[in-house]
Design a protein around this ligand. Structure first.
Ligand SMILES: Cc1cc2nc3c(=O)[nH]c(=O)nc-3n(C[C@H](O)[C@H](O)[C@H](O)COP(=O)(O)OP(=O)(O)OC[C@H]3O[C@@H](n4cnc5c(N)ncnc54)[C@H](O)[C@@H]3O)c2cc1C
Length: 274
């Protein structure tokens, strides 16, 4: 989580939405208490453009989403039988390939895959475990997303009030003895009673922190086997707001490129020739 203000307007480089923003989400209460406003993003108000055909009608977009959701439902029903090692891609791709035929439909299928799955998990479908989809509740859905206005860091500022927070210190070592815990950082050493480590999995995987004694094997195995994806945003600043208040978002079904297809060339060729 990191709010950038260098362009003169707050922009969240990481988290920007509260997902599943209903009463059971503790973030909702925290945001209200901190006086941070949120705005609902209605993903139905998304204008989808195709590289060759231009803007799709709402009816067409609804239609392809319905088709995709039917496929995802089928995938959800296959998961138990597929076993723990199956990727979501292994189950999804054959069904999508059988339904979305021809270059224009393949472009849309690629967009749907990103919108429904890969943007949520920052990973290729072939790298995402199907167990994530083991029941309907776990299917990613976008019904209750709220955009945090004015920067997500405002909630951090509210939570941090009165706490002694040291920024800019890189932790290198965490040593635990019967007497307590010693934390070594780029700024010094702290002897404390206990430590809660919330470092990103990528940092733990890279072995940037030495733990003494070493972490239990089961924890280290879990860290080593969890994948970490890249997910980036590009920010553009315009002099004027030339876009309407609705739609809330834009989608773009890209021209087909081999490196975007993530399918073996022969399979791609077959589908493009159809
Ligand atoms: C582009 C993008 C968009 C996202 N959008 C959303 C969204 O809309 N909604 C949502 O809920 N989630 C979103 N996420 C996910 C969300 O940002 C993360 O789940 C969340 O920030 C994780 O919080 P964290 O505290 O675990 O880790 P982080 O927010 O990554 O914080 C970890 C901190 O540890 C610090 N650190 C690293 N190494 C060391 C070290 N050796 N010593 C000391 N400090 C160290 C880092 O500098 C960082 O400040 C998005 C992520 C990305 C990348």
């Amino acid at each position: 989580m990191c709010t950038d203000r260098s362009l003169g307007t707050p922009f969240d480089l990481g988290a920007a939405w509260v997902h599943y923003a209903d009463a059971s989400n503790p973030l909702v209460g925290l945001l209200a208490k901190a006086g941070v406003e949120t705005r609902r993003t209605n993903w139905d108000e998304l204008a989808l453009y195709d590289a060759e055909r231009g803007k799709l009608s709402k009816a067409e977009r609804d239609g392809i989403e319905e088709e995709y959701e039917t496929i995802l439902d089928k995938v959800a029903r296959q998961i138990r039988a597929a076993g723990a090692a199956a990727s979501i891609g292994a189950l999804l791709t054959p069904l999508v390939n059988a339904t979305f035929i021809g270059a224009a439909r393949v472009r849309l299928a690629n967009w749907l895959r990103g919108f429904y799955i890969e943007n949520e998990y920052a990973a290729d479908v072939s790298d995402i475990s199907a167990w994530e989809f083991s029941d309907d509740d776990k299917l990613p859905h976008k019904e209750n997303d709220r955009f945090v206005s004015g920067g997500y860091d405002r909630i951090i500022a509210a939570l941090a009030k009165g706490l002694d927070i040291r920024l800019g210190e890189v932790c290198h070592r965490v040593s635990t003895t019967d007497a307590g815990v010693t934390v070594e950082t780029s700024a010094g050493t702290y002897d404390v009673a206990a430590v809660i480590v919330t470092l990103p999995v990528g940092v733990l995987r890279a072995g940037s922190i030495a733990f003494e004694p070493a972490l239990p094997e089961s924890k280290q195995d879990a860290i080593d086997s969890l994948g970490v994806g890249d997910f980036e945003k590009v920010v553009m600043l315009f002099d004027n707001v030339f876009w309407p208040a609705k739609p809330h978002a834009f989608g773009y079904a890209e021209p087909l490129r081999i490196d975007h297809m993530r399918v073996p060339d022969s399979a791609l060729q077959r589908r493009l020739n159809e």
